[in-house]
Design a protein around this ligand. Structure first.
Ligand SMILES: Nc1ncnc2c1ncn2[C@@H]1O[C@H](COP(=O)(O)OP(=O)(O)OP(=O)(O)O)[C@@H](O)[C@H]1O
Ligand SMILES: [Mg+2]
Length: 499
């Protein structure tokens, strides 16, 4: 049962339906509760009044029958007048309008009623029949006479030789009850309307600070906090009492924002420190590395009579120094890009750059099949940027296609202009073993090697794609990877230079 209720509550809203805001729900709840209470009061009052009025009516019926069937009723008309006993009794002063009277003296049946204008009228046959059918001895009971007379409370009394039937209309009581019901309903409706208007206004006023919290939270959510720790946003809920729940929420929210800002600033400061350290260390390492390389080269050249082992060792020192220099250069480049250092901005023709890179790759990777598909006018495939860095981007992608795929792999380099998006699109695809889907996002991170064992053997460091993405982003573009085994596609989009 509970589960069903939960499921019902969680049912998705039909499209286009108004949102179930807290404010709306509060107003609806208040309105429902007040309406229900009014309804209960209305029904209770009406039932009580009806009971009281009916009791009084029954009491009057009893009094009337007591008086009518009491000792020595004047059943005979004064001499010389042809007046029925019913007429005489009904015409007596003090008789209630609407009273019905039937008298049977054993021989004749006299029936009449007093109309609204206090005129005695004969009881029509149909009403008389209905009255007689409903009449029974005992306590006062109801009878529906129909027609314009309607409902009655009647009582039957018998004396030796005569029977009396007296009835009083329920219509006045019914009318009073109806009037009360209408009055209570009208007053309740007005009351509920006023209360709902007041509640809506008050709840809107009381919850307004929360809207400010939501707006601030939305603004904070849009901030590029991964790049910039400056979080100047605070909730400014003018007039929110700190003693209220909303005031407490705002205070806690602002404290939380302050805390996050301090943490982000601290994190950024520490990241900046690491970046500076890497940049400084890489920079400092360049000089000793070039000295090591120079001296080992010199020693190898001059050391004619050196033993073969020593020559081999010097070769290794030179090769590793070259590798380390490349690594240090990569680290320095990444640290500078992280710092947001401005790149050179010159007009670079990508077709030329790509053709050169593919030619270099053909020489380096003779075992691979290299295809070039340039589908762009030279003017379309021009970007504003740093030619050297862009060359590095293409070289890194081509070197990956060569190093991480077996010989015989077909590598296709495509270049096209996307005029609608105002970009130049470079794709490097190969039909090699590919990259597992779960590795796809990670390959752009630093020191990530999707295939550790083979990549390590080839001496790769895992910085190539990180540099690709950093350089492309520094040019205002984006680098992505798509495809699966047998179809690896790296796509680089760069904003085209204005014509
Ligand atoms: N075309 C490709 N086919 C298969 N795997 C690839 C391809 N390109 C990249 N990878 C995988 O992505 C990883 C990351 O590439 P990245 O260029 O960043 O580093 P690397 O090539 O290992 O080292 P570096 O380029 O710094 O010498 C590689 O180690 C490799 O496993
Ligand atoms: Mg690489």
């Amino acid at each position: 049962m509970r589960e069903r209720w939960r499921r019902l509550r969680r049912r998705p809203r039909p499209p286009g339906a108004r949102p179930r805001t807290l404010r709306r729900r509060l107003v609806v709840t208040v309105a429902s509760v007040v309406t229900l209470i009014s309804l209960v009061i209305c029904v209770g009052s009406v039932l009580t009044l009806r009971t009281v009025l009916m009791d009084q009516l029954d009491q009057r019926v009893r009094t009337a029958i007591g008086r009518t069937a009491g000792p020595a009723p004047a059943l005979r008309a004064p001499p010389g007048q042809d007046v029925s006993p019913v007429e005489m009794i009904l015409a007596a002063p003090g008789t209630e309008a609407g009273m019905v009277l039937v008298i049977s003296d054993g021989r004749e049946l006299h029936a009449g009623y007093l109309d609204r204008d206090s005129a005695v009228r004969p009881l029509p046959d149909e009403q008389l029949e209905r009255l007689l059918a409903a009449a029974e001895p005992g306590p006062v009971h109801g009878a529906d006479l129909g027609g314009e007379l309607g409902g009655y409370r009647v009582a039957l009394a018998t004396t030796p030789g005569s029977a009396f039937l007296v009835g009083l209309p329920t219509r006045p009581a019914d009318t009073a009850v109806l009037q009360l019901a209408v009055t209570i309903a009208a007053v309740s409706a007005v009351g509920v309307a006023v209360l709902v208007a007041f509640a809506a206004g008050y709840i809107r006023f009381a919850l307004r600070p929360l809207e400010s919290v939501a707006r601030t939270a939305a603004r904070v959510a849009d901030l590029p906090l991964d790049r910039d720790a400056a979080l100047g946003e605070r909730v400014t809920a003018g007039g929110a009492d700190p003693g209220t729940e909303t005031g407490q929420v705002i205070a806690a929210f602002n404290r939380m924002l302050g805390h996050i800002e301090r943490s982000l600033t601290a994190r950024q400061a520490s990241e900046d420190k690491v970046r500076r350290f890497v940049a400084d260390a890489s920079h400092e390492l360049r000089t000793p590395l070039s000295a090591i390389r120079g001296y080992s080269e010199l020693t190898r050249r001059m050391g004619e009579g050196l033993p073969a082992d020593a020559v081999y060792a010097l070769d290794r020192i030179e090769a590793e120094t070259v590798r380390m220099t490349a690594l240090v250069e990569d680290l320095l480049l990444l640290a500078r890009l992280d710092e947001g250092r401005e790149l050179e901005r010159r007009t670079v023709s990508l077709p030329r750059l790509v053709i050169d890179a593919v030619n270099d790759a053909r020489v380096a990777g003779g075992g691979h099949r290299w295809l070039l598909e340039i589908d762009a006018e030279p003017a379309e495939a021009t970007v504003l940027g740093d030619a050297h860095r862009l060359q590095q981007v293409v070289a890194n992608l081509l070197s990956n296609a060569r190093v991480h795929t077996p010989p015989g792999t077909r590598v296709t380099v495509g270049l096209r202009g996307d005029r609608a998006a105002g970009t130049v699109v470079l794709t490097v695809s190969d039909d090699g073993p590919g990259i597992a889907p779960e590795q796809r996002d990670a390959v752009f991170e630093r020191f990530t090697r999707a295939d550790g064992s083979r990549a390590r053997a080839t001496g790769s460091t895992g910085l190539g794609l990180a540099i690709v993405r950093a350089v492309v982003r520094a040019h205002g573009g984006e680098a992505d990877l798509a495809g699966g085994p047998g179809a690896t596609v790296f796509t680089v989009r760069l904003p085209a230079a204005p014509a």
